[in-house]
Write a protein that binds this ligand. Sequence first.
Ligand code: ADP
Length: 418
Amino acid sequence: MSHSPRLVLVVNSGSSSLKFTVLPAGGGAAILSGVAECLGLAEARLIVKENGVKTIVDLVRGDHAEALATLFAHLDEDALLDRVAVIGHRVVHGGERFTESVLVTPRVIADIEAVSALAPLHNPAALIGLCACLEALPGVPQVAVFDTAFHQTMPRAAWTYALPQALYRDHGIRRYGFHGTSHRCVSARAVDLLGLDPDDHGIVVAHLGNGASATAVLDGRSVDTTMGLTPLEGLVMGTRSGDLDVGVVAHLARVGGRSLAEIETLLNKESGLLGLSGLSSDCRTLEAAADEGHPGAILALEVFVHRLARHIGGLATSLPRLDAVVFTGGIGENSSRIRAMTLARLAAFGFDLDETSNVTCVGGREGRISRGGPPVAVVVPTDEEGLIAADAARLAGIGGAEGMVVEEIADVPVRLAV
Ligand code: ADP
């Protein structure tokens, strides 16, 4: 019997990288975090950050299993491995099958595989990480947390494309939405912070990072969101175009002679802030360049804000009233300029920007940035890892209340040979 607090390992496994964070099961700051990067390449390496110290280990095979084995050896040396009581995995697409986080079983793995056609780059990568963890630590429960799950409460009119419905029935073509973990944790925090009624509120959350999406949250449930079948729809993003007349795709193919793969690369990797500015996908760089009069940077910020304000206004129509607009993600949490520009564009809602508070709420500081209201504007830092850890701890039956290791976990949810 040990009296050290139990820990949750949060894993975000992509095709060429695997991010991880170790947190106390009862909540609180990360104990250790890091990334395995360049997986599949000769320069694959594991970087662990702990107590301000960075450890870098070169990987030999450079695959996910080796990265995890190296991480587990590191955790073991620090006497942390035995305290990991559950592993929470971020999974991008849960289709219609997953409406909330779940304990991983062989059936769950098969179901994640079954929806992989909807996220061919992301879901297989998550499964590789998940299965490698199951093999390495078969006695530790694993929990899958889906980016799409929070949006499964959207009404049919919000998630249906105006296409022949056979495409939905036969191929699952509909709007799913993403960033659900962030929208869920940030909207719940905003309700607390603003003293709103948990059962009676209307909020729009703008998650603005490299990927960006906005969601209308009614009484704690997502009722509309800007991303669709894939994370390409909606807002202008770092390198993604967001909304586009799909006629452009046909035009590019016909007149420009581009292949489908080239067009997908164009829309996902070469558009958005990067394509508009011809300079960078990074908002900080663009703000600095705009100050120097760079026309592309100025245009990029203007188009970003125009689209964002238009979507926030549109999302408000899914709410009986607008109590608050919440900014989060790297840009939402730090760019007082984008926030001020956006609220200026939302004049019809009567926002009264508090300039002092707007410039103060940066670098992880939360707070209101408008006077009066409703509606009010507020900044809330996102904490996706914290929410994944909380879900994982809850589903594994550990967490805040007990917070101590009192017995080994007898219940082995799944053993999988992969
Ligand atoms: P990801 O979606 O990859 O998690 P982040 O949420 O970290 O991305 O957001 C990255 C974006 O946040 C970048 O465009 C970056 O320039 C922007 N950002 C971070 N800090 C600032 C800042 N101080 N001012 C403006 N933009 C910022």
